[in-house]
Write a protein that binds this ligand. Structure first.
Ligand code: GDP
Length: 322
């Protein structure tokens, strides 16, 4: 079935005016890797780059959704508009997995200054790592001051997705991730701000202490280097939101003062371009006409019919003369 025609200029105008339906439609185009996406991105780039992209990651159950709701309230009190993207790399095909979270955040559902959306990657070969920067760009261009990207930490994905944000918040809870576990998971490097949530539970103090110790061991002693603060919260009671915001503000100031904001964004842009290039290349692999694509080449390599370098030539030449 041919994809539904899209009036991109009208859609972009209305997303920029803050119309939730238009924003939703644009993000669906991203998820579907719709043919109109190229035109959408071309229309959006000039309007993007203003939002502060904050990543929030942590293991399931540490309180990400509860904390997101708390942060939304705190930003709204400052009069800032907040767009939230809930990204679950463990279930790339079921945007519905996060429905529960959205329901819990419903107290914001009638506030035009808040937009909450879970993200799936139904069409993107590059999965969420290709779709997420595009969805962020939609919210950014739609004029949200803050774009919060909530990701479920599962193994390496939190590390990858942390690379999407200007500021990365790593959420832990007592007993769920002490300093050593955090170091093993590689999150000490990606966190700009650490939040120990569920500070009403036993062991919170030990977790904070542990984390501070691990952070002090990490090589961040060079002058001008950011040393990530550790903040305690009880998100369920809304306690600590202001302190998290203060820590975020300090990091934002550090990003601006050191030029790190620009460096991070350029690194991210490079990754996005690379991801799209790989995606385009991969999509051509299956179209190497008459030669059966990657699968056929793999069979020939196993059968000893072709060497791997010659197979690459076939693949890339095929890509050149589609
Ligand atoms: P997520 O899976 O990381 O999004 O975690 P949720 O926000 O869904 O929270 C998981 C559970 O922990 C829920 O039952 C929350 O009510 C609860 N919770 C969240 N924050 C706190 C907190 O600060 N203290 C306590 N005791 N429970 C909390």
């Amino acid at each position: 079935m041919a994809p539904r025609a899209v009036d991109v200029p009208a859609l972009v105008d209305s997303a920029r005016a803050g119309t939730p339906r238009a924003i939703a439609r644009l993000i669906s185009l991203v998820e579907d890797d719709h043919p109109a996406l190229r035109e959408v991105m071309a229309a959006l780039v000039a309007h993007a780059g203003r939002a502060w992209v904050i990543g929030l990651t942590g293991a399931p159950g540490v309180g990400k959704s509860t904390s997101t709701a708390m942060l939304i309230r705190a930003f709204r009190e400052r009069g800032q508009r907040v767009g939230v993207l809930a990204v679950d790399p463990s279930s790339p095909f079921s945007g519905g997995a996060l429905l529960g979270d959205r329901i819990r955040m419903q107290d914001h559902s009638h506030d035009a200054g808040v937009y909450i959306r879970s993200l799936a990657s139904r069409g993107h070969l590059g999965g969420l790592s290709a779709a997420t920067p595009q969805a962020i760009r939609v919210l950014d261009a739609a004029g949200f001051d803050v774009v919060l990207v909530e990701t479920v930490g599962v193994g390496q994905s939190e590390v990858e997705i942390a690379g999407l944000a200007d500021t990365s918040v790593v959420l832990l809870a007592p007993g769920m991730g002490d300093g050593i576990q955090a170091a093993k998971a590689g999150i000490l490097e990606v966190g700009d701000v650490f939040v120990v949530n569920k500070a009403d539970h036993d062991g919170a103090e030990a977790t904070v202490h542990d984390l501070r110790h691990m952070i002090s061991l990490a090589d961040r002693t060079t002058p001008g280097t950011w040393r990530p603060p550790v903040v305690r919260t009880v998100a369920l009671q809304g306690t600590g939101g202001e302190q998290v915001l203060e820590a975020l503000d300090k990091h934002r100031a550090h990003l601006d003062e050191t030029g790190e904001l620009r460096r991070r964004r350029e690194r991210r842009a490079a990754e996005e371009i690379e991801q799209l290039a790989l995606e385009r290349l991969r999509s051509r692999f299956d179209m190497v006409e008459g030669r059966g694509g990657l699968g056929a080449l793999a069979a020939r390599l196993v059968a000893g019919d072709i060497d791997p370098y010659a197979a690459v030539d076939v693949l890339l030449e095929g890509a050149d003369c589609e």
